[in-house]
Design a binder for this molecule. Structure first.
Ligand code: NCD
Length: 307
């Protein structure tokens, strides 16, 4: 039985296969409409989420399956003090696969060790968010036609942004990828990513503070929200929250075939005037997220695919 805790749980070849399947699903979703008719997905979310939870639920429904679950710690037995290990043992009796989001780093891993069904990490604290990474990879591959030889700018809260950590880990495995890490001093990438992921793999990267300086070089700009819920005090958050605002003027500095991604939710970091720019890809990205989660469910459940 297989779980998904980190984007590195799949080899590059396995990822390619998964993205191919997601692409095929996107082209012909009807073909897959009943492949999970007898399956159930449990969504165990101990932290708020719109996109991730609903996209998992939509993914399972699109496959003909059913969904059950809870959307906050308060509405589950966690409020009574139940451990994630006990919860997953029980959920294993009700469902065939589980997507779990938790504010504590490592909680889905603990759950996977006690589970008799596949567990998907749907975001654990400031650590990892592998299914967002699968979404990002599918979006980049679909829009640019490749995952190698790209310059990607990651902008905003690189310290607490788990989507950024997972995406960097996944992309260092492709040739010719270069990172421009754009953040205020206080929100720089954690040193374990700088040392153990970037330096160890000899991946070229720069750390800069000004978005304008990086803009002309980028093939992809990955904007992120300042992660209010992970700050220790409100004053620091208020000081940081409007540090970057992508607007039309900054977009003029970018290449014509650059694309803007954002895991969403957006707060102030992308002005709504950018939404109509054809290079704004963040809402298309949300659609890719459903296809890739469908592909992931099929892969982890080892469902026989329609020909
Ligand atoms: C991200 C997350 O939860 O980490 N959102 C998401 O999964 N769509 C990014 C964020 O919350 O800023």
């Amino acid at each position: 039985m297989r779980h998904l805790m980190s984007p590195l749980d799949f080899s590059v070849e396995e990822l390619d296969k998964l993205l191919d399947l997601a692409t095929d699903i996107g082209k012909d979703p009807k073909k897959y409409a009943h492949v999970c008719d007898d399956k159930r997905l449990a969504t165990c979310f101990y932290e708020p989420s719109t996109r991730t939870r609903l996209s998992f639920e939509a993914a399972m429904m699109n496959l003909g399956g059913k969904v059950l679950g809870f959307s906050s710690a308060d509405s589950s037995s966690a409020a009574k003090g139940e451990s994630v290990a006990d919860t997953i043992r029980v959920v294993s009796c009700y469902a065939d696969i589980c997507a779990m989001r938790h504010p504590k780093e490592g909680a889905p891993l603990v759950a996977s060790m006690a589970s008799s069904i596949p567990v998907i990490n749907a975001g654990d604290g400031g650590h990892q968010h592998p299914t967002q990474t699968l979404t990002d990879l599918l979006t980049i591959r679909s829009l640019k036609g490749r995952l190698d030889h790209i310059t990607i700018g990651l902008c905003g809260d690189l310290k607490f942004g788990r989507t950024v950590h997972s995406l960097i880990e996944a992309l260092v495995r492709y040739a010719g990828v270069r990172f421009i890490l754009i953040s205020p001093e206080e929100l720089r990438i954690p040193s374990y990513i700088r040392e153990d992921v970037l330096n160890r793999n000899q991946v070229p990267f720069e750390e800069v503070e000004r978005l304008e300086d990086a803009m002309p070089e980028l093939d992809i700009l990955y904007m992120t929200r300042v992660q209010r819920e992970r700050f220790f005090n409100e004053e620091d958050y208020i000081r940081m929250k409007d540090f970057y605002i992508l607007d039309k003027t900054k977009m003029e500095l970018a290449k014509k075939d650059m694309f803007v991604l954002h895991p969403l939710p957006r707060v102030n970091e992308i002005s709504v005037e950018v939404d109509e720019d054809p290079r704004a890809a963040y809402f298309r990205q949300a659609q890719y997220g459903v296809y890739v989660r469908m592909a992931l469910i099929l892969t982890l459940l080892e469902v026989e695919l329609p020909c």
